[in-house]
Design a protein around this ligand. Structure first.
Ligand SMILES: O=c1ccn([C@@H]2O[C@H](COP(=O)(O)OP(=O)(O)O[C@H]3OC[C@@H](O)[C@H](O)[C@H]3O)[C@@H](O)[C@H]2O)c(=O)[nH]1
Length: 328
């Protein structure tokens, strides 16, 4: 008997599937709703699966009425920055129209708690570091803009209707399930750590490093890497916050520490025993030099403290999915 049930849109994806696993461990049934365009059916193992699109409002309402979830965790989205520049319509459609369709389905069925996957991409290139939640949100690409519009929609729906929400602004999600049940897979894979591990494993000839001339300590970009298992636990905490009547809030999910690309590659070398072959390329369009969070508000509001987000644990958990052994 499960205490409660949550609809998890995008629950067949990378962060969604890790969260679904943790929900089940916490006694909450995850009902995964995913159209499988980027999600993976084999990652849905901790509760019922319904194949569907968030743009299909009628289907969403049927699924909510059938399963009676207490809340929705909304991961389903398109999430490639570069693609969003080339094909903005896809991003406004899936991320803005899709979220609107979901919020209307919640409103019509009386689901009054929503936890939303937002992004540090909503901040653009911040004037000041670390980034706290009061930092102006000025996204520089359509992906970040669509996430920001969705945050505004949530706030406006919460003001007008009986709806409560937590928006979670992820920094750089990475790592894999510490028990080895789930890994990181994207097709195409564009993210730094998986591509570096692919290069270390010989699956691609080398990692391209986009820019060595940034105004950072070693010239490469600095990011705040947050383990997917920590992100999963923040979603459970956000649900508990709403379930006990906590207020509407947007929270950064990061560690508060930034690491350069070269620091990440050094850790991969140390943990796997394989150097990452690299070639240096020009800067990638739209990459801010450094992004890292002030993570204090999530700690104070939810009691969120990352447990797995040191670089060594990130690499230890991620490497086996690329066929790499890790040193003990
Ligand atoms: O092959 C690669 C990939 C990435 N990188 C660099 O590594 C850093 C991290 O890049 P990633 O692509 O992993 O992640 P980003 O920092 O671009 O995150 C962004 O994309 C994914 C979204 O979900 C995030 O919200 C957004 O901030 C960047 O400086 C990037 O230029 C490389 O040098 N080579």
């Amino acid at each position: 008997m499960v205490a409660s049930r949550i609809l998890v849109t995008g629950g067949a994806g990378y962060i969604g599937s890790h969260t679904a696993k943790l929900l089940r461990l916490e006694g909450i049934e995850p009902v995964v709703y995913d159209n499988l365009t980027t999600g993976n059916r084999s990652a849905v193992r901790w509760g019922p699966f319904v194949q569907g699109d968030i743009l299909d409002g009628r289907h969403l309402i049927e699924v909510i009425e059938a399963h009676q979830p207490d809340a929705v965790i909304h991961f389903a989205a398109s999430a490639y920055v570069g693609e969003s520049v080339a094909d903005p319509a896809k991003y406004y459609n899936n991320n803005v129209r899709g979220t609107l369709s979901l919020l209307d389905a919640c409103r019509q069925t009386g689901v009054d708690k929503v936890i939303f996957s937002s992004s540090c991409a909503t901040y653009g290139v911040p004037a000041v570091l670390p980034i706290d939640e009061a930092t102006p949100q000025a996204p520089i690409n359509p992906y970040g803009k669509t996430k920001l519009v969705a945050e505004h929609m949530l706030a406006d729906y919460a003001a007008a209707f009986a709806l409560n929400y937590v928006s979670l602004r992820y920094f750089n999600a990475c790592g894999a399930d510490p028990e080895g049940d789930l890994g990181e897979w994207h097709d195409p894979e564009t993210h730094l750590i998986p591509r570096a591990l692919m290069a270390a494993a010989g699956r691609i000839p080398h990692l391209e490093i986009f820019g060595e001339d940034y105004d950072t300590p070693d010239g490469t970009c600095v990011r705040d890497y947050i383990h997917v298992a920590d992100l999963a636990s923040a979603h459970v905490l956000a649900y508990r916050h709403l379930a006990k009547g906590g207020g509407n809030v947007a929270l950064n999910l990061g560690t508060g520490r930034g690491f350069s690309i070269k620091e990440v590659l050094r850790t991969i070398g140390e943990i796997t025993g394989h150097d990452v072959p690299v070639v240096f390329r020009r800067r990638r369009a739209g990459d801010p030099p450094a992004l890292y969070a002030d993570a204090g508000l999530a700690c104070r509001t939810l009691g969120f403290l990352p447990r797995y987000s040191d670089l060594e644990t990130i690499v230890r958990t991620a490497a086996p999915f690329f066929g790499l052994e890790v040193r003990s």
